[in-house]
Ligand binder design. Structure first.
Ligand code: CP
Length: 303
């Protein structure tokens, strides 16, 4: 599959191939397409990490990046996402990275857009490259997934990171549990694991994956009391002290310092938060290489 829209598009073999390729890139391996190739990053929601690290990955692979600013584009004149994608394909773009607030935005594109589409995050549903970089960071640390205990903590209901990770981690043999306010837990989606109190989770988990409260998806102005949330559900200094010796802290970021995590823990010894961002570039290089090679394999023209 040349597209990467959901972690469900990937088998465990595909996932491990991407992680190994990312590792090769981290060790200095070079790969460039055999002819000049172009990428465009279409972000209809705010982003720092995903957008900039895709652009970094594209440039490292020698791709030309066609600038696209949704606010200055013909989307403002009513052009649809489908017509935007078809336009970029028609002018010669080889690969599209798209972030959009609409769940499953990519479904309307898959039949008639023939260049690879990589999902940079759709609504509350999927964020596959974030998931892959999280998996890579866990694998780098523990060398395996089987039996690794991962707690996904926070605003689970609104999190595409939680959805992508819960299913992928379970498929790879990790033990997933969740933590956070009950009203943000959706049993239907999270058959992967049970909901536990944060005080219990910190003592047992190997990976504490914290999530940001996604106020922008709550449909009402911010109503969560930050200090109260931190005390009841956050990773406080006291809770971090109870974590297992070799355990690590992940967070997809942006971080709400002092809410889901004490600000002094963001860069503590256990934290891999900035390592995740570094790893994201290698993962995105691996994902782009895979997409372009698949296009070449299918069409035979990409030589
Ligand atoms: N983790 C993540 O997706 O960050 P951005 O929203 O900054 O891209």
């Amino acid at each position: 599959n040349r597209h990467l829209c959901s972690m469900e598009d990937l088998s465990t073999v595909d996932i491990m191939e991407i992680l190994h390729q990312a590792q090769q890139f981290s060790r200095g391996e070079n790969w460039e397409p055999e002819r000049k190739a172009f990428a465009a990053n279409l972000f209809f929601e705010a982003s720092t990490r995903t957008k900039c690290s895709f652009e970094m990955a594209e440039r490292k692979l020698g791709l030309d990046v066609i600038p696209f600013d949704a606010d200055q584009s013909s989307i403002q004149k009513g052009e649809t996402l489908y017509d935007t994608a078809k336009t970029l394909e028609a002018i010669g773009v080889d690969c599209l990275v798209i972030r959009h607030g609409k769940d499953h935005f990519y479904e309307e594109l898959l039949e008639n857009v023939h260049i690879p589409i990589i999902n940079g995050g759709d609504g509350c549903r999927q964020h596959p490259t974030q998931c892959l970089l999280d998996l890579y960071t866990i694998w780098q640390e523990f060398g395996k997934f089987e039996g690794i205990k991962v707690t996904i903590a926070g605003d689970i209901r609104h999190s595409r990171v939680a959805r992508s990770n819960a299913a992928a981690l379970k498929k790879l043999g990790a033990e997933v549990t969740f933590s956070g306010p009950k009203e943000w837990f959706e049993e239907d989606y999270f058959k992967a694991g049970r909901l536990v109190e944060i005080d219990e989770a910190v003592k047992e988990t190997d990976v504490m994956m914290l999530l940001r409260i996604q106020h922008e998806r709550h449909g009402s102005p911010a109503s969560t009391d930050a200090a109260r949330y931190h005390k009841e559900f956050g990773l406080t200094i006291d809770r971090e002290k109870k974590m297992k010796e070799e355990s690590i802290i992940l967070h997809p970021a942006p971080v709400n310092r002092g809410v889901e995590i004490d600000t002094s823990l963001v860069e503590c010894e256990r934290s891999r938060i900035f390592k995740q961002m570094e790893n994201g570039v290698y993962i995105r290089m691996a994902v782009l290489k895979r997409a372009l090679e698949e296009t070449k394999r299918r069409s035979g023209e990409y030589v």
